[in-house]
Write a protein that binds this ligand. Structure first.
Ligand code: SF4
Length: 261
C-alpha cells in the first residue's frame, strides 16, 4: 500500500475529469511519490514562518502579488513600530499603515485589507482570533471569503496555516506542476483541491509541508521555463525536457520556498 507521511493514501471516488489519465489509485500513488521525492530533495520547509496566528493572517495578505521577502520587510516594519496587533492596526491612520507596509507593494490596498480584517475581528470577536478560527471549516471559509481582500487562495492558506485545517492549498504553482505531471490538466483550482483531498490523508501537517515543497520546487526548478535536467520528478513527468534551458545547481537548502523568491 502506498503511504505518505506514514499514512495510507486513499482511493476515494473523485469527480470525472478531475484527473487525466488514470484512476484515483494512480493519482494517489503519483501524489505520494511526488511528496516523498520533494521532501527527500528539499527537506522540511518550516512553514509558515510566523510567531502568531495573527502574524500569519497579516503575512497572507501582505504576500499577495509579491514575494515573501517583500512581505517580510513589511511585517518587520509593523513589528518595529509595535503595531502588529488587531487593535493597533485597526486604530492606525490609513496613510501611516500604508507607509509602514510599503515594501509589500499595493500598500494602500493592503492597508485597507488589513484594517478590514482587524476591525471585523474586533467588532465581531472582541479581537479574539482564536474564536474566529475555532469555527467549523466551511463556516470559517465562508466568513473569511466575505471579507474584503480575502479570496479563495488566501482563505485556504489561513484555513491550513492559521487554523490547522486539512485544506490543500492550490495556487498557480500547484496547478502548473500537477498539469505538467499529467494530473488535472486544465482543471479549476477547486477540482484540483478536491482531487488532492480525496486521495491524500486529511493531515494538516502533510498539507502544510506538501504545499511548501511544491512552492519550493516551482521557484527553484519547475519554473515557467522548467529546468528539467536533474529534476527529482523527471522519470514521473510527461513534460520533462520541454522548454528546458539547462541544468540547475544548489537546489537543496533549508530556506523556505518563498524566501527563495
Ligand atoms: S521534469 Fe521538468 S516539467 Fe517535470 S516536474 Fe521536473 S522541472 Fe517540472
Amino acid at each position: 500500500m502506498d503511504r505518505v507521511a506514514g499514512q495510507p493514501v486513499r482511493t476515494a471516488h473523485h469527480s470525472p475529469g478531475t484527473v487525466t489519465p488514470g484512476s484515483s489509485v494512480e493519482a494517489a500513488r503519483l501524489l505520494a511519490t511526488v511528496y516523498h521525492r520533494l521532501l527527500q530533495t528539499y527537506g522540511p520547509q518550516g512553514w509558515w514562518p510566523a510567531e502568531s496566528p495573527f502574524e500569519i493572517v497579516v503575512g497572507a495578505i501582505l504576500v499577495q502579488h509579491t514575494t515573501w521577502r517583500n512581505a517580510e520587510r513589511a511585517i518587520a516594519a509593523l513589528k518595529g513600530a509595535g503595531v502588529l496587533t488587531p487593535p493597533a492596526i485597526a486604530a492606525l491612520d490609513p496613510a501611516a499603515l500604508a507607509a509602514l507596509i510599503r515594501p509589500a507593494g499595493f500598500y494602500r490596498t493592503k492597508a485597507r485589507k488589513l484594517q478590514t480584517f482587524a476591525r471585523y475581528l474586533l467588532a465581531r470577536y472582541g479581537g479574539d482570533l482564536e474564536a474566529l478560527l475555532a469555527q467549523p471549516t466551511e463556516t470559517l471559509r465562508r466568513e473569511l471569503l466575505s471579507l474584503y481582500g480575502i479570496g479563495p487562495e488566501t482563505a485556504d492558506t489561513l484555513l491550513l496555516y492559521a487554523a490547522g485545517r486539512p485544506v490543500f492549498v492550490v495556487d498557480r504553482y500547484t496547478l502548473r506542476l500537477l498539469a505538467r505531471l499529467g494530473l488535472a490538466v486544465g482543471a479549476r483550482p477547486a477540482a484540483v483541491q478536491a482531487l488532492c483531498q480525496a486521495v491524500l490523508p486529511p493531515d494538516p501537517a502533510l498539507y502544510n509541508e506538501y504545499h511548501a515543497l511544491i512552492v519550493r520546487h516551482s521557484v527553484v526548478r519547475c519554473q515557467a521555463r522548467p529546468r528539467c535536467h536533474g529534476c527529482p520528478l523527471a522519470d514521473l513527468c510527461p513534460s520533462a525536457g520541454e522548454n528546458t534551458p539547462g541544468p540547475v545547481h544548489g537546489t537543496g537548502g533549508e530556506m523556505s520556498a518563498r524566501l527563495a523568491q
